[in-house]
Design a protein around this ligand. Structure first.
Ligand SMILES: [Ca+2]
Length: 177
């Protein structure tokens, strides 16, 4: 009888201690959606295409370069001809309903489950003309850690030779939970 009691107490102790250990681990959520805001120098114009590449591979040492021709394996949000599109890493593209344009501001509200619930995003933004020639881009991609960051922004100070509508001033990512 005594032995059973000891086993029971030990069992409870192990259960209790392991429960505490589990409770001490940080429970990083990855957010449920992101809002991407692009601010241009001039009004958003249908003569320009606006592209946002999102690398979800979890490796912050790799990310989309400035040239969309080199993008493969990324999600790509695109505004062209007054429509928004979302391209999957496998190249399939469909209409995207979460975007809006107002003046010089473009917003894209993206459900993270549509991006495979990633832990990080490596983000690049590029504008092109309708022929795909690059007009402006960020200097480098930047990373959003979805578990621990709720807002990340980048200014683009580089001079743009094209028109104001293609000149990227700021990119903001807000993570919502
Ligand atoms: Ca990466």
């Amino acid at each position: 009888m005594e032995r059973i009691k000891v086993v029971l107490i030990l069992g409870l102790l192990v259960f209790f201690v392991s429960g505490c250990a589990r409770g001490e681990q940080p429970t990083w959520g990855t957010g449920s959606e992101i809002v991407i805001t692009l601010t241009m120098r001039g009004n958003v114009d249908s003569g320009v295409e606006y592209l946002v590449a999102l690398d979800t591979d979890g490796n912050v040492l790799t990310g989309p370069k400035k040239d969309p021709a080199e993008w493969s394996g990324f999600y790509v949000l695109r505004w062209a001809g007054n429509n928004f599109y979302l391209r999957n890493p496998n190249g399939e593209e469909r209409f995207f309903s979460g975007g809006s344009v107002s003046g010089s501001i473009m917003k894209m509200d993206v459900d993270l489950s549509d991006l495979g619930k990633p832990s990080t995003l490596d983000v690049m933004v590029v504008t092109t003309d309708k022929g795909g020639n690059i007009l402006d881009s960020l200097g480098n991609y930047f990373t959003v850690r979805l578990g621990s960051q709720s807002y990340v922004s980048r200014e683009d100070a580089s001079a743009d030779t094209g028109n104001a509508s293609s000149d990227i001033l700021r990119v903001e990512i807000e993570v919502r939970r």
